[in-house]
Design a protein. Structure first.
Length: 461
């Protein structure tokens, strides 16, 4: 089987399989790995590739990207989930594990209310029973009470249950059992229409990328670093972003870059296809990508580009097409709705590819935890171009105002551009939500990539 690093596509519908049972650290992903390994040996299945990193497992099926992990993620950005209730262990553990699932559902519900999201959550419940009939009978009453409690929460929060099954396949590891029960889960989602390929061909008149993007709600926050931060990164000042906007879930990958820029590759460097973020891209090349993506999606391009030795780029702020994030939008999205008073310290290495963890190499996207809004690799791995022209004193000027509304410093082709987020070759103390760097827009760097956004409009709801 090919490595997932050659086939993993972050721009497909994403399902989180949450292991909610007597599964200790690493064991959940190990169990899933064994299941997927068995599936891969069966001819005719939809499994394309799988890959395990620490306590998390990734898999690519025919149109579904799957994350299976032993630790829980907040469901604030999920629309579909498979809840695995592993009832092979003690009664106390069954009750505690179901309570963890309930806690996660309430987190999703609160996030939905806060963000005023219209999306609903649908779940598939998989109850894994003890293999021996005697143990199954001993656990029966405890399982029933736990599932009644779970069902009450699901009804209270108006969550749709797609289906539920009982199995013993994790105990027996029988290939036939595993294939049978996994197919029920897989084809349940398939019947929802989730198994669809994105048409990115040249013949496509309009392409929808909704599955690759996360909706970030409008809001007000404090931008900037703490008092001990360097002068260009302070003082903290209040910023309001007045409109919701869609942000790419990951930095743009080599694979996605090559698909979108197929017509431009004669003038631009032809890049290797892969799931690492695309780098060695100038700011000007990044805005060309935005325009190409907008045209493929039948949207109004956000840039008018005049080719010169130093291209002149007019920024159409009111266009509905794709563009780079302003640095205020970038910082707001990176914070994921958390108060800046709680995020002034550098992120721990566990959530960012920094110099201490990365082995000084770029890593494929979406391999570490996302933030609360479901965005991957905001910090570390690669730094990201922003829309703004860099100015040392801009924060001090904004501090004089009570509130800055949708700020952006931009003056065409003049000036260095803001770069945010840090990279794999930066020490962890430089990889945080407020650190700012300035690069020339015509320069390219092996540690700088980008992600894109588009405003939410009546056309893109």
């Amino acid at each position: 089987m090919n490595s997932m690093l050659d086939t993993f596509d972050p721009f497909t519908p994403h399902i989180h399989l949450l292991s909610l049972g007597g599964i200790r650290v690493h064991e959940g992903a190990w169990t899933a790995f064994e299941i997927l390994k068995t599936l891969s040996e069966e001819p005719g299945d939809e499994l394309i590739a799988y890959h395990q990193i620490e306590s998390r497992l990734y898999a690519q099926f025919n149109g579904i990207r799957l994350t299976w992990e032993s630790s829980l993620l907040g469901l604030s950005h999920a629309q579909h989930a498979c809840i695995l209730v592993d009832a092979r262990y003690s009664p106390d553990w069954i009750e505690r594990s179901v309570q963890r699932a309930i806690d996660e559902l309430f987190i999703w519900h609160k996030a939905k209310q806060r963000q005023q999201k219209a999306e609903e959550l649908s779940v598939f419940i998989w109850v894994e029973l003890p293999h021996h009939p005697q143990e199954k009978n001993k656990q029966k009453s405890h399982i029933s009470r736990a599932l009644i409690q779970l069902n009450r929460t699901i009804q209270l929060l108006d969550i749709q249950v797609l289906d539920s099954i009982e199995s013993i396949c994790l105990s027996t590891h029988d290939p036939k059992d595993i294939k049978h029960y996994w197919s029920q889960i897989y084809y349940t989602f398939s019947n929802l229409g989730m198994i669809e390929h994105l048409d990115l061909s040249e013949e496509s008149e309009q392409v929808e990328y909704i599955d690759a993007f996360v909706l970030v709600p409008s809001g007000t926050f404090y931008q900037g670093g703490p008092r001990l931060a360097p002068s260009p990164e302070k003082p903290r000042h209040q910023v309001k972003l007045s409109n919701d906007f869609w942000v790419s879930q990951t930095p743009i990958t080599k694979r996605f870059w090559t698909i979108i820029m197929a017509d431009e590759l004669e003038r631009l460097e032809v890049l290797e296809v892969g799931d690492e973020p695309v780098v060695d891209i100038t700011w000007f090349a990044a805005v060309r990508f935005c325009n190409c993506l907008s045209l493929k999606a039948n949207l109004d391009p956000a840039y008018i580009i005049e080719d010169h030795d130093l291209p002149k780029v007019e920024f159409k702020r009111q266009a509905d097409g794709y563009r780079l994030l302003t640095e205020s939008e970038w910082e707001y999205a990176t914070l994921g709705g958390f108060s800046t008073s709680l995020t002034t310290a550098p992120p721990p290495p566990a959530i960012a590819w920094t110099q201490e963890r990365s082995q000084l190499a770029i890593h494929p996207v979406a391999q570490l935890d996302p933030n609360a809004w479901g965005l991957y690799d905001c910090l570390g791995n690669v730094a990201e171009w922003c829309q703004d022209v860099y100015r040392n004193d801009v924060y001090a000027e904004r501090k004089k105002q009570r509130l800055s509304l949708d700020p952006c410093v931009y003056s065409g082709a003049e000036g260095e551009r803001v770069v945010r987020g840090g990279a794999f070759d930066r020490a962890s103390y430089l990889v945080n939500h407020y650190h700012r760097e300035a690069y020339h827009p015509k320069a390219s760097w092996s540690s700088v990539g980008f992600r894109v956004m588009r405003p939410q409009t009546d056309r893109s709801d």
